[in-house]
Design a protein around this ligand. Structure first.
Ligand code: C2E
Ligand code: MG
Ligand code: MG
Length: 747
């Protein structure tokens, strides 16, 4: 899930960034297309404007020429003067000169006439047949009463492109001849040779209705061999058709074409004369070069922003991934073994549960792992944990997983529900580890694992099953069952009423006397707790002390018992009874509290009890946690005059070590010394106990023998040299009231 979380986070980031980039691109695309449309529109407008301008200049020039001819023809019509050769010669000459035509001519209705050229003078006997065909066409049409302009042609006489304008000359209401003038079009001379159209980026053609070039700019990109606008593949089929339609209808039209890889826009405008059209074209981008530059800058900026965004995203992602990965490792994996931790296990567990497949959870623990650490050192302990993790990992099948919880506790999820199969698989892990005994510095240690299995259960149930194992040597696999369920219920019920029990003083002080083995004189009593439930029944320490050790309630209960012992001593004193010292059992947890020695002293003070009347009994196992600190705490208690006794001496593995390290007042030999012993072993034990007692006595440490059940026991311990004895032989633990009544009589 953590992995999924990271993935989702990154996916979200990528989606947001992609959306931002897409929005930027869309905005840019819309903006760009708007600019392109604008640029196109603006160029088309420009083409139209320029074309219209050229058209009006051309029309104006033609009109002027036509007007001059018409005026002269009118003059001929209304004048009485005979149209003699001399008269015509003179009038042509004068008009030609005055108007700067290239040539002027008069033809009678038979087509005979004369011509006057500024360059060559007057030519008589000149007939229509001598003219260029285009010129002759125009003149003939004029003879039919029409004012005409010829198509442009290359004049052989004048060596330039010229037009011929022709108007009919009337006499007495009849056409008597034609006046014609040859002229070039100045505008086209500029246009064709120069670079004036569209600021130099365009050009202008005069075309006929069928698209043939009549006058053609020099700077056109279209090949010289192409004679009309439809030849070659400059125009698309669509544009070609639209242009043909417009030309035949005499309409204007716009379109695009490409030449030499460049795009052009064109505009065609009818001249209103001779079915001529002006064709004006301009390059698409150069016409809007400012916009194109702007577009390039914008595009550059946009690309930079996107590049920076993508780069930042990538860098961010790499950092994010690196950090997340280490966080992920910390959050989900056990640093020592590399196995997953309980957090990750529970996530995987949820998925398995959801999948509906059969499964079981196994809790696995190393028996007395604490000793491995103590005997072989922490580094070896770590190696053992890694080794177990490896073994477990190797035994897993598809879809199975495991984790390490605190210390030496592992949880495994197996995809099995058959108890026999489960047992076999777990046994194989246990025996694999067992066969790899730990040896170091001459020590050898059997790594014994034990396990609880909860079929279709969870970690808690597997753990409960595992904790139900009493003797690991005989039983190392336990399946969770209803009895365990009851145990849990009992545990819950105890925990739910322990606090109220303490408030209501349900925990009672019982006392068991201790005797001087030599004199048989009672020297002390041990405080033993009994929990009297509201129904009057008693519960014994074995039923609740281990649980209180686990949940920490011992801290409260043990101080409470110190108070009850002090209260009892105070009562004896107040009743004029010589007080008897009391030893009180104290949980090892208390010694972890730095204030404990001071708290003890304060409680004693509260009841006005001399510290010499109180002994605290601690379990020797306590000492292994943090020896220096423990030694300091023990000393702090002794410094306040309170005696310290080590309980159950010999039941742990480091008793002698403790005796060497700790400055204590007394050891209480575990009752196990006296129990279940046969003859031969008894001999050996006696030797050992005797030496312990001797060693203790030499160190000034008193010895107490627990579990004296018979007089034989008493004699034996007395013979060994033990100082004090305690056990059923003397007295079973009894309530404080009974004890007082029996043993504490007023002086
Ligand atoms: P312990 O401190 O070693 O106490 C001696 C235990 O041996 C007592 O069991 C006592 O009843 C039992 N005992 C005494 N004489 C004989 C005998 O001749 N034969 C046998 N078989 N047993 C004998 P008890 O009262 O059930 O207490 C069990 C343990 O519970 C104690 O062992 C002590 O470790 C713990 N405990 C008792 N009271 C307290 C307490 O107030 N606080 C804490 N933290 N632990 C307590
Ligand atoms: Mg004790
Ligand atoms: Mg004991």
């Amino acid at each position: 899930m953590y992995k999924d979380g990271l993935k989702n986070e990154f996916t979200r980031m990528v989606i947001v960034s992609t959306v931002i980039c897409l929005v930027l691109f869309t905005v840019f695309a819309v903006f760009f297309s708007y600019l392109m449309t604008e640029a196109r529109e603006s160029e088309l407008r420009q083409l139209e404007v320029e074309t219209t301008e050229y058209k009006s200049r051309l029309v104006k020039q033609m009109d002027t020429t036509m007007q001059i001819l018409s005026t002269l023809s009118k003059a001929y019509e209304i004048s009485d003067i005979e149209l003699t050769e001399e008269f015509l010669e003179e009038s042509l000459k004068a008009t030609n000169k005055a108007n700067d035509f290239i040539s002027m001519a008069f033809f009678d209705k038979n087509g005979n006439g004369m011509i006057n050229s500024l360059e060559y003078g007057t030519g008589k006997d000149f007939s229509i047949e001598d003219c260029h065909q285009y010129s002759a066409d125009a003149i003939r049409r004029a003879l039919t009463g029409e004012n005409t302009v010829s198509r442009m042609f290359d004049s052989k006489i004048h060596d330039e492109k010229i037009f011929v304008y022709a108007v009919p000359v009337y006499r007495n209401g009849e056409i008597t001849g034609v006046l014609a003038a040859g002229n070039n079009l100045e505008i086209f001379t500029d246009v064709a040779n120069g670079s004036t159209v569209m600021g130099g980026s365009g050009y202008l053609h005069l075309i006929s209705k069928d698209g043939t070039f009549l006058i053609r700019s020099k700077n056109t990109p279209v090949d010289a061999g192409v004679l009309d606008i439809f030849s070659g593949d400059y125009l698309s089929e669509k544009t070609k058709q639209a242009t043909i339609d417009a030309l035949s209808a005499g309409n204007s039209v716009t379109g695009e074409f490409s030449a030499d890889g460049k795009g052009y826009l064109f505009y065609v405008e009818p001249m209103g004369l001779n079915d001529w059209f002006l064709f004006c074209a301009g390059t698409m981008f150069e016409a809007s070069s400012i916009d194109a530059g702007f577009i390039a800058i914008t595009l550059g900026l946009l690309l930079s922003v996107i590049t920076v965004t993508v780069a930042m995203l990538l860098i961010g992602y790499r950092i994010f991934r690196k950090k997340s990965f280490s966080l992920y490792r910390i959050a989900c994996f056990d640093r020592l073994t590399g196995a997953e931790n309980t957090f990750q296990f529970d996530e995987n567990f949820k998925n398995t549960e959801r999948s509906g497949a059969g499964y079981s959870v196994v809790a696995l623990n190393i028996h007395n792992f604490k000793y491995v650490n103590d005997l072989f050192g922490r580094a070896s302990g770590d190696r053992v944990l890694c080794f177990v993790a490896d073994v477990v990992s190797d035994q897993l099948k598809e879809g199975e997983f495991f984790c390490r919880d605190a210390a030496d506790l592992f949880y495994i999820l197996l995809r099995e529900t058959d108890t026999e199969v489960l047992k076999k698989r777990v046994e194989s892990i246990i025996s694999f580890v067992r066969n790899s005994s730990l040896t170091s510095g001459g020590y050898s240690y059997d790594l014994l694992l034990y396990s609880g299995i909860a079929v279709k259960g969870d970690r808690d149930k597997a753990l409960i099953a595992m904790q139900s194992i009493r003797n690991v040597q005989y039983e190392n696999i336990a399946f969770y069952n209803n009895a365990h369920h009851d145990q849990v219920r009992r545990k819950n019920s105890i925990e739910s009423c322990m606090n109220i029990g303490l408030t209501n003083r349900e925990f009672k002080l019982f006392l068991q006397p201790e005797f001087d083995l030599k004199t048989n004189r009672m020297v002390r009593a041990e405080a033993l707790v009994r929990w009297q439930r509201p129904d009057g029944k008693f519960m014994y320490p074995g039923d609740f002390i281990p649980l209180f050790e686990q949940n920490g309630f011992c801290l409260k209960l043990d101080m409470y018992m110190i108070e009850r012992a002090c209260e009892q001593i105070r009562e004896w004193i107040d009743n004029g009874i010589e007080p008897l010292p009391i030893s009180v059992n104290q949980s090892k947890l208390l010694f972890l509290d730095l204030n404990y020695p001071e708290n003890l002293a304060k409680t004693l003070e509260k009841y006005g009890v001399s510290p010499s009347l109180i002994t605290v009994e601690i379990l020797e196992g306590t000492a292994t946690e943090d020896l220096d600190f423990f030694r300091h705490q023990v000393q702090a208690v002794r410094d306040r005059g309170i005696r310290v006794s080590m309980d159950d001496f010999g039941s742990g593995y480091s008793s002698l070590n403790m005796l060497c390290s700790l400055n204590i007042d007394e050891i209480k030999l575990d009752k196990g010394f006296l129990q279940n012993v046969t003859g031969a072993e008894w001999e050996r034990r006696t030797v050992i106990v005797r030496h312990i007692v001797k060693a203790a006595s030499e160190l000034g440490v008193a010895t107490v023998a627990e579990g004296i059940e018979t007089d034989e026991n008493r004699k034996a311990m007395c013979a060994i040299g033990c100082d004090i004895g305690q056990g059923y032989f003397y007295q079973k633990p009894v309530s404080a009231a009974e004890f007082s009544e029996k043993y504490m009589s007023p002086r």
